[in-house]
Ligand binder design. Structure first.
Ligand SMILES: Nc1ncnc2c1ncn2[C@@H]1O[C@H](COP(=O)(O)OP(=O)(O)OP(=O)(O)O)[C@@H](O)[C@H]1O
Length: 603
């Protein structure tokens, strides 16, 4: 295992490129109203407005792994709420914005609270129903023009200047969009962003890292709806006319297309997707007279074809293209780690204290008893191995201990406390951290960020701290923890490499580093040595012994008998879900029942 200090890396070239791009982009935006026609400016305003709604969708669909068809409906609710405030109550557009945010926030929170628990396809289907219902409600609002819509909506005034012309509104629309893009980009590189990324890796990964999947999905859903509310507010007060068809399901689908076209992983994708769809739509309308076709029909055909081609040839949309053009985010310099500095653990228990007690544990899947009346105990500062043939119930036992599956019978006591009834996402905070048989990492995320996910529960930064980048101190502190955890596994040479580029063995080690970053009491390792070369296995054994000497307890499933026999203090042998034997390695090696059942009598 390599031990060395890591010099600070400054990405000055990327930083310079980034600054140049930002300055060039700002200058282009500022000059735009002077350079192009009023009609083109109006189109760009629409691009900016739809990009806001698409950005919300990029966050929930692209990053949070949830799909919604309701962005246009939320846009509509925002637009109608503000129109009502200004037209019927005679209040200003800024109060209208407050109303739009409140009403949309309440609707999204209610809808999310009811449906996000359900998972699967319930949310997309509910949002579809919501989009249709909202359209019908707008069509029946006789006070606000019903199906014919309503005009004369007051423009937004900024410092006494009415933004009543496209060129004036342009600056507000694009300033709001740029702020939203910066906020979203900050969010994705914050603690909450890592929680979103973990959730994309599945609820099991998220829970094991201390992330409550429901809470993150709800937060994102409401945030996305609020972006749509702002988009709707800008739409109402810049177009000055709204009707139900401005926010119907067709528009909802177009916003979805924008987000898919722009692609996941890059917030700029929302702008590019919005530009492509809005300008494409305009081009189609220009072509119509020559083709003798109805606008709606042609749009649906063209967008349908684009959707199919896109999903077939580039499921990640245009974002790989954008990523290739943009310099990587320079971030902060990496922490310098001293030669002798090592990761510290603060929650170690007294020697021989009972860490884990499994009593009469059972799990049935229909008629199959995957785990049957299993009992064993683990002392602090010990390494226990759970072994047994394929299908013996080892992984199921791990899932029961870590709270991912609910036992059919029996109890698990962790540090003397029964774990039954504790949500799985709270286990890491209690001191239990785990790795997986089928590695669960975020492949497109750096080694450092993957490891920082393990420290999620130790960090505090919430949504607003992330959006506004008020989390820098905490981020620095835990980048350091993550670097030290990487050093433990001997992988601190290139912390900014992507996890997906590692071979399987090192990926398993990376999961161990992530578990260590959580400051655990007990780590549960599912086949940690699988895929490692002989030297790497020796380094892993040395690390696990070091962790034990630091006060940690380790429970592992491992098929490599040489590795297990040389390392474990105690071994539990499982066969058909039942405990076949329990003892020291030498006892297990000489146990005839184990030799018969597991080692095939070949010893
Ligand atoms: N969700 C499930 N539904 C039905 N059966 C399951 C489920 N999960 C596991 N099983 C079954 O329970 C038994 C124990 O599986 P488990 O994965 O725990 O074994 P294992 O010892 O970890 O095996 P391996 O070494 O192959 O990973 C197997 O027969 C498996 O098919």
């Amino acid at each position: 295992m390599t031990m060395f200090s890591t010099a600070p890396i400054t990405l000055s070239h990327a930083h310079l490129m980034r600054t140049t791009l930002i300055l060039a982009g700002t200058a282009t935006l500022l000059a735009m109203p002077f350079a192009i026609s009023s009609f083109s400016i109006s189109l760009l305003n629409l691009v900016g407005i739809y990009a806001l709604a698409a950005l919300g969708l990029t966050l929930i669909t692209g990053s949070g792994g949830v799909t919604s068809f309701a962005q246009a409906a939320f846009m509509g609710i925002g637009a109608y709420a503000s129109a009502y405030m200004t037209l019927r109550l005679g209040l200003g557009a800024w109060i209208g914005l407050g109303a739009a945010l409140l009403v949309v926030g309440a609707c999204a929170a209610l809808m999310g609270a009811v449906t996000l628990h359900l998972g699967g396809h319930y949310l997309p289907i509910t949002t579809l129903a919501w989009a249709v219902a909202v359209y019908m409600v707008f069509g029946n609002l006789t006070d606000l023009g019903a199906h014919s819509g309503i005009g004369d909506i007051a423009p937004i005034s900024l410092f006494g200047l009415p933004l009543d012309r496209p060129d004036r509104a342009f600056y507000l629309v694009w300033a709001v969009l740029v702020l939203a893009l910066i906020g979203a980009s900050n969010l994705l590189s914050s603690r909450q962003g890592r929680a979103i990324s973990a959730l994309r890796g599945g609820a099991v990964l998220a829970q094991s890292l201390g992330v409550n999947p429901f809470r993150v999905r709800l937060l994102l859903f409401v945030l996305a709806a609020e972006l749509a509310a702002i988009a709707g507010w800008l739409f109402a007060h810049t177009q000055r006319f709204i009707s139900p068809s401005s926010f119907d399901l067709n528009v909802g689908l177009q916003i979805l297309l924008m987000s898919v076209l722009g692609g996941i992983g890059n917030v700029l994708g929302a702008v590019i997707g919005s530009a492509a769809v809005t300008l494409g739509r305009n081009a189609i309308q220009d072509l119509l007279p020559g083709l003798g076709l109805n606008a709606g029909t042609l749009e649906i055909i063209v967008f349908g074809i684009v959707f199919i081609l896109l999903l077939h040839y580039s499921p990640r949309g245009l974002s790989p293209l954008i990523e290739a053009l943009l310099p990587t985010r320079s971030g902060e310099t990496l922490p310098t780690i001293g030669q002798d500095e090592r990761l510290a653990f603060s929650r170690t228990t007294d020697r021989d204290a009972p860490v884990l007690a499994v009593r009469g544990l059972g799990k049935r899947f229909g008629g199959l008893a995957a785990v049957d009346d299993l009992s064993f105990e683990m002392r602090a500062r010990s390494i226990t191995a759970l072994i047994g043939p394929n299908g013996a119930g080892k992984s199921t036992t791990f899932d029961l201990i870590s709270g991912l599956k609910i036992p059919s019978s029996g109890t698990v006591l962790f540090l003397g406390e029964p774990t039954r009834g504790k949500p799985a996402h709270t286990m890491i905070g209690s001191g239990l951290s785990r790795t997986f048989q089928h590695v669960k990492l975020r492949p497109k995320v750096t080694l450092l960020e993957n490891v920082m996910m393990g420290a999620h529960w130790r960090m505090k930064a919430g949504l607003f701290a992330g959006l506004l980048r008020l989390d820098r101190r905490e981020e620095r502190e835990f980048r350091r923890v993550a670097m030290l955890a990487l050093k433990e596994i001997g992988m601190d040479e290139d912390p900014l490499a992507l996890a997906g580029n590692l071979p399987l063995g090192p990926q398993r080690l990376l999961e161990i580093a992530r578990a260590l970053a959580s400051d655990p009491v007990l780590i549960i390792l599912d086949e940690p040595a699988a895929g490692l070369r002989s030297q790497e296995k020796q380094a892993l054994a040395k690390l696990l012994r070091h962790l034990r000497s630091e006060g940690l307890s380790i429970l592992m499933v491992e098929h490599d008998m040489e590795f297990v026999m040389g390392l474990a203090d105690d071994i539990v042998v499982l066969d058909f879900g039942r405990r076949l034997a329990l003892g020291k390695p030498a006892e297990i090696r000489n146990n005839p029942r184990v030799q018969e059942a597991y080692l095939g009598g070949a010893e």
